[in-house]
Design a protein around this ligand. Structure first.
Ligand code: SF4
Length: 378
């Protein structure tokens, strides 16, 4: 059963210097033709999907979905609702930048059923925002957040980044303290994501801060930032449920949890990746190519049993609760703790992994090297 759908809205007011998503600035004049193609794609793919669909989550990501006129969002929701069953407690999440938020849009989103707003803040420091090429200021971040947090949308999530050029442990602490203070003042702030900066090979950010620049935090400082994040948010009552994600109890992001549980999901729009009928596939990342052939794939991979097991290990270990070994074995017919006995024992002895109540999980100490741990187990 497919329970979640991702809708990619690629328009942005400015292309941030670190961004490797299918996101485009200066294409707003083509919104009409994009939404026409997107709507057609949804119609055709939902007709062709073999698995049964009952959606409990629709996620508008991007890009900046908050930037487009809400009537486009409505048209997409109507198209989906006319084709598949929706759960009575459907969660609709929409990503926005703080300067794309307005009182009028918040009211319109609420009327459309948007129940969760994810606002990309990245940092509360002017110099850090400039260093990564964001086009909003600290003032705009605070203004947009305040509007969102006092609106009728019940759940607001903030995105941050750490490991940024010019960022220090002190400035990161100040950003976290400010977020925590906001969560204490506004109960709607239920979720915080914080991603360590990772740059693609030819990222424009390297133009100003080359790869070997001293402006980036070194490995030790990066790990200290990660531990500070975990300590601060845990003390503030957020549950650390995935490597980069924290939520007040019961407010985990439904959509992302589908990915991490290795469950199928639909996806539509330029560059969107889906996992349907045992096949992972992705639309063209090129805007023009997508418009010309929205049903064509840039990438297709049939997921065989071995790949499915590897992905389940990789994704399961990103969850802080880890992998339920008995459930894993009955689902995949594969006893991870036996097949990888030596590696698991070595990593447990070193304090990087733990097995508690039948669950295999990466410990706090193991988090900075989580990628190497996962590689050792797949
Ligand atoms: S706003 Fe988000 S999606 Fe758009 S360019 Fe910046 S990081 Fe990328």
């Amino acid at each position: 059963m497919i329970e979640t759908a991702y809708i990619h809205i690629p328009f942005c007011s400015y292309k941030c210097d670190f961004c490797d998503f299918a996101a485009f600035a200066g294409l707003n004049h083509r919104e009409g033709e994009y939404f026409e193609a997107l709507s057609q794609e949804i119609k055709e793919r939902l007709t062709n999907t073999q698995e049964s669909v009952k959606l409990s989550s629709i996620y508008f990501g991007g890009g900046t979905p908050g930037m487009v006129a809400p009537h486009y969002i409505k048209a997409i929701l109507d198209q989906i609702a006319s084709r598949v069953e929706l759960s009575s407690d459907l969660e609709i999440c929409l990503e926005a930048t703080p300067h794309s938020v307005s009182k009028q849009k918040l009211d319109q989103w609420k009327a459309l059923g948007v129940s969760r707003l994810s606002v990309g803040i990245e940092s509360f420091h002017e110099d850090e925002l400039r260093s990564i090429g964001r086009d909003h200021s600290r003032q705009e971040a605070l203004r947009g957040l305040e509007l969102a947090l006092t609106s009728e949308i019940p759940v607001v999530s903030i995105d941050f980044m750490y490991g940024l050029p010019t960022q220090t442990l002190e400035s990161w602490q100040a950003t976290l303290d400010e977020a925590i203070a906001l969560s204490q003042r506004y109960p709607a702030l239920k979720h915080i994501s914080a991603y360590g900066l990772q740059l693609a090979e030819n990222s424009p950010l390297y133009g100003r801060f080359p790869r070997d620049s001293d402006s980036y935090p070194d490995e030790e400082l990066f790990a200290a930032m990660m531990f500070l994040l975990i300590d601060k948010l845990r003390q503030a009552g957020f549950v650390h449920y995935e490597v980069s994600n924290f939520a007040k109890e019961g407010f985990q992001c439904r959509h992302n949890s589908t990915y991490w549980k290795n469950r199928p999901y639909l996806a539509f729009g330029v560059g969107a990746h889906r996992y349907v009928d045992g096949v992972r596939s992705a639309n063209w990342r090129s805007f023009n190519r997508y418009i010309r052939g929205f049903m064509e794939n840039e990438f297709v991979e049939e997921i065989d049993r071995e790949t499915e097991i590897k992905e389940a290990v990789m994704l399961g270990l990103r969850m802080r609760a880890g992998i339920d070994l008995a459930a894993f074995s009955s689902l995949y017919g594969y006893r991870l703790e036996e097949s990888r006995h030596q590696e698991i024992e070595r990593l447990c002895e070193a304090g990087y992994l733990s097995i508690e109540n039948g669950r295999l999980a990466i410990t706090d100490k193991g988090l900075p090297i989580s990628n190497s741990i996962i590689v050792a187990l797949i």
